[in-house]
Design a protein around this ligand. Structure first.
Ligand SMILES: Cc1cc2nc3c(=O)[nH]c(=O)nc-3n(C[C@H](O)[C@H](O)[C@H](O)COP(=O)(O)OP(=O)(O)OC[C@H]3O[C@@H](n4cnc5c(N)ncnc54)[C@H](O)[C@@H]3O)c2cc1C
Length: 402
C-alpha cells in the first residue's frame, strides 16, 4: 500500500509533545494497548520548567501520582487589590503544589513502561494525508505513517497551525525566589499593569522558596520588576527565572480529519488563573476512549472526532472555560475602587461567605456563578460595572454565541 511513500515506521497514534498532555494521553492509550508514540523536541522530559505548579486537589483522583511529587498544600488564597487592600478566601479546595518536572517525567516514564514509544530530541515538522485514511508525519528525524496525530505541542502548536488555528497568547514571567512566606497561603495581586492574570506568590514548601510570577501582554519583564518591588523582593533573592506563554481564550476548534488537539494547543486553559492541568487531564480521559473506539471502527473522519470529542468537550469543560474567560474579561475592567466595593460587600455579607465557602471551585466556576447570579448585592455591583464599561457587552455576547 505504501510502496509510493518512503517511511521509517508505522504506528496507530502519533502524539506531538511530551509534556503533561502528551504524556498523560500516552499513558491512557498504552493502557488500552493502543500502539502510540510521542515525539518531543527536548532531550529530557519535564524540562524546561515553566509552571507555578499549583493544582486543585481534584488532580489526586483524576490522575494519581506519587506523594513525593507533592511539595506543599495551601488552604487560603489572599486576594490583593491594586491599593493593597486584601481579603482571604478559604474554600473546600486544598490545592497541591507539585514538582512539575517530576510530574511530567512520572507520566512519561509510566507511558514508556506500558509500551508507548518515545522519540526525544526530535521535532515535528509537518504532516499530510495519504490514501487509505492514513497520514504521513514528517519530523526532524523520521517519516512516520499514522492513523491519528495528536497535537499536544503546547501554546505555540505547530499541529494547530497546520489547521489554520492560532491561539491568542499572553507572555508569562516567573521566578523561583528565596522568600519567607506563609506556607499555607497563596497570594494573587490584581493590577491594571498585569490585568490578563494576576501577580502570584506560590510557596514551594518549607524551603523558603516561592514561585512568583505574572502574565501580561504589555511589557511583561517591566511589569514583573514592578511586582517584585511591590512585594519587596530584590534581585539577589532570585534563584532562577522561567518564561512561558498562556493561551488566552477558550477552545474553539480541535478536531479534524485524522487529527485532534489536546491541552494548551487547544486553548484548554482557565483564563482566570492560567491553570491548564486539570482541564487537559479531564479532556485526555475523553480523548483516549474516543481514539480507542475510532481505531476499532476504523473511522478517523473529522465528523467522528467532532461528534465524539470536540462537541462533548465544548458542552462540558468548554462551558466552564468560557465562563473563566468571561470572568477574566470582567476582572480586566476592575479598578481599585471596584475591588474595594467587592471586598467591602464580601466582608459584610454572611450570604457571600457561605456561597464562597460552599461553591468556590478553582476549576469549575459554573455552580458558584449560578449562586452569585441569585445574590442581589453582588449583581447590583456587576451591573453597575457593566453599565460603566458598555464596550464589554459585545465581547460577552460573542462568547455566548460562539
Ligand atoms: C508561567 C506559567 C505558570 C503556570 N502555572 C500553572 C499552574 O500553577 N497550574 C496549572 O494547572 N497550570 C499552570 N500553567 C499552565 C500549564 O503549564 C499548561 O496548561 C500545561 O503545561 C499544558 O500542557 P501541554 O502538554 O498542553 O503543553 P506544554 O506543557 O506547553 O507542552 C508542550 C510540549 O510540546 C513540545 N513541543 C512543542 N512543539 C514541538 C514540536 N514541533 N515537535 C516536538 N515537540 C514539540 C514542547 O517541547 C513541550 O514539551 C502555567 C503556565 C505557565 C507558562
Amino acid at each position: 500500500m505504501h510502496q509510493y511513500f518512503k517511511y521509517d515506521f508505522e504506528i496507530d497514534v502519533c502524539i506531538i509533545g511530551g509534556s503533561i498532555a502528551g504524556n498523560y494521553l500516552a499513558c491512557l492509550l498504552a493502557e488500552q494497548n493502543v500502539r502510540c508514540c510521542v515525539i518531543e523536541e527536548h532531550e529530557i522530559l519535564g524540562l524546561p520548567f515553566q509552571c507555578a505548579g499549583i493544582i486543585s486537589q481534584k488532580i489526586l483522583n483524576l490522575a494519581p501520582f506519587p506523594k513525593s511529587i507533592i511539595l506543599n498544600r495551601v488552604k487560603t488564597a489572599k486576594i490583593v487589590a491594586p491599593n493593597n487592600q486584601s481579603i482571604e478566601l478559604s474554600g473546600k479546595e486544598n490545592p497541591v503544589i507539585i514538582d512539575r518536572i517530576e510530574f511530567d517525567k512520572y507520566f512519561g516514564l509510566k507511558a514508556q513502561e506500558m509500551g508507548a514509544k518515545y522519540y526525544l530530541g526530535e521535532k515535528y515538522v509537518s504532516h499530510w494525508g495519504l490514501p487509505h485514511d492514513k497520514i504521513l508525519i514528517k519530523t526532524s528525524k523520521h517519516d512516520i505513517v499514522a492513523k491519528i496525530i495528536v497535537g499536544a505541542d503546547g501554546p505555540f502548536s505547530k499541529v494547530a497551525k497546520r489547521y489554520g488555528i492560532k491561539n491568542a497568547m499572553i507572555p508569562a514571567v516567573q521566578a523561583r525566589v528565596k522568600y519567607n512566606y506563609d506556607l499555607n497561603k497563596t497570594a494573587m495581586y490584581f493590577d491594571q499593569r498585569w490585568k490578563e492574570l494576576f501577580g502570584y506568590i506560590v510557596p514551594e514548601g518549607n524551603n523558603n522558596v516561592c514561585r512568583i510570577g505574572l502574565a501580561t501582554s504589555s511589557h511583561p519583564n517591566k511589569a514583573f520588576s514592578t511586582f517584585l518591588k511591590k512585594i519587596e523582593v530584590d534581585s539577589s533573592q532570585i534563584i532562577s527565572k522561567q518564561g512561558g506563554a498562556l493561551p488566552f481564550g477558550y477552545p474553539k476548534r480541535f478536531a479534524f480529519k485524522n487529527a485532534v488537539l489536546l491541552g494548551d494547543s487547544a486553548c484548554m486553559v482557565k483564563a482566570t488563573t492560567g491553570g491548564g492541568i486539570v482541564m487537559l487531564v479531564s479532556a485526555a480521559k475523553i480523548l483516549a476512549s474516543v481514539i480507542d473506539k475510532s481505531l476499532k471502527k476504523n473511522d478517523f473522519s473529522q465528523h467522528y472526532f467532532r461528534k465524539n470529542y470536540e462537541k462533548p468537550i465544548k458542552c462540558s469543560l468548554g462551558i466552564e472555560l468560557k465562563l473563566h474567560f468571561l470572568i477574566r474579561l470582567i476582572l480586566m475592567e476592575l479598578k481599585s475602587e471596584d475591588f474595594n466595593r467587592f471586598f467591602r460587600m464580601y466582608l459584610n455579607s454572611k450570604d457571600l461567605h457561605e456561597i464562597v465557602k460552599n461553591y468556590a471551585d478553582m476549576d469549575f466556576p459554573l455552580k458558584l456563578v449560578g449562586k452569585l447570579l441569585l445574590n442581589r448585592e453582588f449583581m447590583q455591583i456587576v451591573f453597575q460595572l457593566i453599565i460603566r464599561n458598555l464596550s464589554i457587552i459585545p465581547k460577552i455576547i460573542k462568547i455566548f454565541i460562539s
